[in-house]
Write a protein that binds this ligand. Structure first.
Ligand code: AMP
Length: 459
């Protein structure tokens, strides 16, 4: 097994790694660090939690140190592009740590905060800039930044960039970069659009890949319950009371949905906070800080906001709403299986979300355990219901087809048939039915739960 000491990294960097508490390089680090140190371009398929930040940061810091020069005004020597402000901040924090005491200036630039401070910092020139694409273009437009002297480019979480509609800004950014540079490109998944984007960024890349999506899925103890949409709030509350989670992340499909969950939980004395795009940066930071410190045990998030959350030790991931893109499910449950840990995921699947679950099973090859509804809940109808498109009422199969152009994911990915990614009525195998021997009740022994069963008032 390779050790950090085996890498041709400068000694002070190795020292910083040891001080960070790392003993063994993670698989992505083992694969990516040697070719990156040789100056090669890298195409990395790896999810958050695999140690990819160090995989690209350590060799980059090595190169920056080896050819040390003062960056000119409004210049950066290394540019890291990240899809969200949380991730940008997290990468900048990690890189600051890895380069501590080495005389390097690392900064971040993202939207949602005043631009002036970022302009002032960039005016002096920085070694490393970690930025989201939108704010980066603003800074360039305002002539506060030039990319002409970038030596190393990192594009992180490219698939999320695609989901967030950053492809156009990225295509604008590429021609501003010098042709002679090292590029490191990371994505958790590699659909065709992403590999085409990678072609634009990279020259003869070395491909490295770890943690295929099923690995996370296998590590996480996945459970589902089939339930009516209107009963989800009550079941969530009961589940929280029973499990008493330390660090639970609840995913909703919409910002409004996240706020509603928080409101309902707080109303029954379960303290939680929401983190999503409508929250201001200080609000997000406060919520995240309270969650990290354990002041609140439950954070309710949309997919986009949750992407950059770097909290080790998340014990539970709840899919209050099923994601309508299967890869997103893997990202979500991966939050509870960071750095080799395992955790629990629990999906509340409404009748119109069953197809989403089938898609997930197809992608991961893992069937979640079905937990039967506790007593006192109405069984959901078993017949197929067409997937809900948020903002529209669910429709039954056999009625007018749904999906189509209103499904932003499908439409964007240019799926045939007007963008409906589902196979249509009755498509796909039925999965996730109760296992042999009958489903398990998670609440069987819980007295408090049974008490609450009687009280429907807080549903
Ligand atoms: P990342 O995938 O870069 O977000 O890293 C996930 C987590 O793993 C972070 O908390 C890192 O500090 C940690 N980490 C990265 N590399 C190692 C390593 N070689 N040994 C132990 N922890 C690591």
């Amino acid at each position: 097994m390779t050790k950090f000491s085996d890498f041709a990294l400068a000694e002070p960097i190795k020292k910083r790694v040891i001080e960070s508490g790392y003993t063994t390089p993670s698989p992505i680090q083992q694969q990516a660090i040697p070719p990156a140190l040789e100056g090669k371009d890298i195409l990395g398929i790896a999810q958050t939690g695999t140690g990819k930040t160090a995989a690209f940061s350590l060799p980059a810091i090595h190169h920056l140190l080896a050819n040390k020069r003062r960056p000119g005004r409004n210049e950066c020597r290394m540019l890291v592009l990240a899809p969200t402000r949380e991730l940008a901040r997290q990468i900048a924090d990690s890189m600051t740590g890895y380069s501590k005491g080495l005389g390097m200036y690392v900064t971040s630039a993202f939207g949602g905060v005043p631009i002036n401070r970022q302009k002032r910092i960039l005016a002096k020139g920085v070694d490393v800039l970690v930025a989201t694409p939108g704010r980066l273009l603003d800074l360039i437009d305002q002539r506060c930044l030039t990319l002409e002297k970038v030596e190393i480019l990192v594009l992180d979480e490219a698939d999320q960039m695609l989901d967030l509609g950053f492809i156009v800004p990225l295509k604008k950014i590429v021609p501003m970069l010098p042709k002679k540079r090292q590029s490191l490109f990371f994505s958790a998944t590699m659909p065709k659009t992403i590999s085409q984007l990678a072609d634009q960024f990279l020259t003869n890349p070395v491909q490295v890949s770890v943690a295929p999506q099923s690995t996370t899925a296998e590590r996480v103890d996945q459970k589902v319950t089939y339930i009516n949409q209107d009963d989800k709030q009550r079941l969530l509350k009961d589940f929280i009371n029973k499990e008493n989670p330390d660090h639970m992340l609840v995913f909703t499909q919409t910002k409004h949905g996240a706020d509603k969950v928080v409101k309902n939980l707080n109303a029954v004395g379960i303290h939680s906070a929401a983190i999503h795009g409508n929250k201001s940066q200080p609000q997000r930071e406060r919520a995240l800080g309270d969650f990290k410190k354990g002041k609140i045990n439950i954070l309710v998030a949309t997919d986009i906001a949750a992407r950059g959350i770097d909290v080790d030790g998340i014990t539970h991931v709840i899919n209050f709403d099923m994601p309508n893109v299967s890869e997103q499910y893997v990202h979500r449950i991966g939050r509870t299986a960071r750095a080799g840990a395992s955790g629990i995921s629990y999906s509340l699947v409404a009748p119109d979300e069953r197809q989403f679950l089938r898609d997930v099973v197809k992608l991961t090859g893992v069937k979640p355990e079905v937990i039967a509804l506790p007593e006192g809940y109405d069984e959901p109808p078993r017949e197929e219901v067409a997937p809900r498109i948020y903002g529209q009422k669910p429709k039954r199969y056999g009625a007018k087809p749904t999906g189509g152009r209103n499904n932003k994911h499908s439409a964007r990915k240019g799926r045939p048939g007007g963008g409906n990614r589902r196979g249509g009525p009755g498509s796909g195998e039925r999965t996730g039915g109760p296992k042999k021997g009958g489903p398990k009740h998670w609440n069987n022994a819980s007295k408090s739960f049974k008490r609450r069963q009687k009280s429907k008032s807080d549903a």
